[in-house]
Design a protein around this ligand. Sequence first.
Ligand SMILES: Cc1cc2nc3c(=O)[nH]c(=O)nc-3n(C[C@H](O)[C@H](O)[C@H](O)COP(=O)(O)OP(=O)(O)OC[C@H]3O[C@@H](n4cnc5c(N)ncnc54)[C@H](O)[C@@H]3O)c2cc1C
Length: 563
Amino acid sequence: MPYRSPVADFRFLLNHVVGFGAVAATPRYADATPDTCDAILLEAAKMCDDVLAPLQRVGDRHPATLENGIVRTSPGFAGGYKAIADGGWIGMSAPADYGGMDLPITLATTVNEMIAGACLSLQLNPLMTQGQIEALQHHASDAIKDLYLPKLISGEWCGTMNLTEPQAGSDVGALRTKAESNGDGTYAITGQKIYISWADNDFTENVCHLVLARLPDGVAGTKGISLFMVPKIIPDENGVLGARNTLNVVSLEHKMGLHASPTAEMQYDGATGWLVGEAHGGMAAMFTMMNNARVGVATQGIGVAEAAYQHALSYAMERKQGGTGAIVDHADVRRMLASMKADTFAARAITLANAVALDMASATGDAGWRARAALLTPISKAFGTDVGVEVAATGIQVHGGMGFIEETGAAQYARDVRVATIYEGTNGIQAMDLVARKMADGGEAAFALLDEIEAGAEAAKAGHPELVEPLWQACETLRETTEWLVAQDVQSRFAGAVPYLRAFARVLGGHYHLLAAINGDATRKRLATFYITAILPEHTGLLAQVRSGAQDLMAITIDDLVA
Ligand SMILES: Cc1cc2nc3c(=O)[nH]c(=O)nc-3n(C[C@H](O)[C@H](O)[C@H](O)COP(=O)(O)OP(=O)(O)OC[C@H]3O[C@@H](n4cnc5c(N)ncnc54)[C@H](O)[C@@H]3O)c2cc1C
């Protein structure tokens, strides 16, 4: 079944669930009227459904290749990329001064999800560029901004991020790539980077690498890291391309999925680079990019979940087995499909609410919105991608044996999306971020959100008592566990970080499903009822796991593990 962008869901979420009206009411985003939003959703959906979705299977069957040092992209991908660039979708939320549309990140998030649902491998390319645009916007000199931003926003050039090295994965501070001054304002970058997504292609004029490296006086660890712009082809100050830089794609990885996205090992041999931001301030600049990218990676999980769900639903409506009707009539198949749909909705709502908080923070400068966005980012990234992985796996199950046969395309979703829980900070690292850095405020941002959820539940009590009561109880249990958590040492927090993040997402999902039930039709209400009665109770086990602490876990010795 061909992918169809979930425009109606976005419309409903923006207008009735995630509070987008507040964004559109700010002077900064006054242009984001309902009509404009609708036009954007429909236009992007048309491109995704008609142009990008047909590339999904092609890319899997014809991966990107490396021929004599040149990356050849999958058939049709150049055209797909051109459609994205020509539509202005890369620079949707980039500054108008540089050719962007200056639209809310919330809208860019809907479009990114649709592109991911249509063709995940291709989506990763503009997603990287969007992160780079954001990092340059906030940290680069005017000269670099003037030179690079218009080309990145138009899509003539694209961007990558280069953090990972063989010995420096989650531990970015262990990187060894060196940067030495050339004495003319530029730097010589030398080192090896691995797993670099879209490190090269055959459809943009230039590829701009943002590279983390250490200056000679950089201290060990993350505090001694600086960020550099290292273009594949060196432009003059007018953007006219000149000499090839001394960097190369050494090899492409053989991966379990995402075959059309070239993942490269890169070698930099004294390549010319320009400092972005302060010397030794690379991690701060990179974090700007990573926060944006984390919401973007959440859209990858949700987009794939949507596509996998549509695929499975279509199969379940056709396939006859065990009776006269199709398998969709069996309770267990109905359970799988309803869970897929309810979880996709929950993850989408959480991620859009995250984007709304980002937009409100930049439109108002309000610290409360900033804290809300920071709190929601690890939850969106981890839960959005976990849902992607789980829904794609359930999609295979709905197909039975045909799910295991590549022809149906169900397996591709599971293979492609698997990496989304790993890159951009593994989901374990996201959970640790939530319980440590994001709760360094003693849990203030978390409690403020729980207060809102309970107040919303309270207000809906008369109309929806059967939904409000379990949600309110779940929220209270989460509150008690949060109070317990913030009083623990780091080891205990980390031991329960993953189940805590999951439980938080479960409660948030209940909150948004309740809003959907209040403001939506009977279908929305039935789905919300299923989520709150059948899925939300998962939080009880998760929170019990959190409160078991680190002691029993860490009492298991390495000898016990190998015994
Ligand atoms: C397809 C693909 C594309 C990628 N694209 C890019 C890219 O464009 N640019 C780029 O720079 N990188 C990229 N990466 C790299 C990616 O970001 C890393 O793989 C990721 O950060 C994890 O690092 P690692 O693989 O070294 O795993 P490790 O860091 O070795 O982690 C292994 C396991 O240990 C856990 N772990 C590690 N440290 C801790 C800790 N302190 N506490 C608790 N648990 C811990 C992890 O959660 C994980 O479960 C890509 C990777 C892949 C597979």
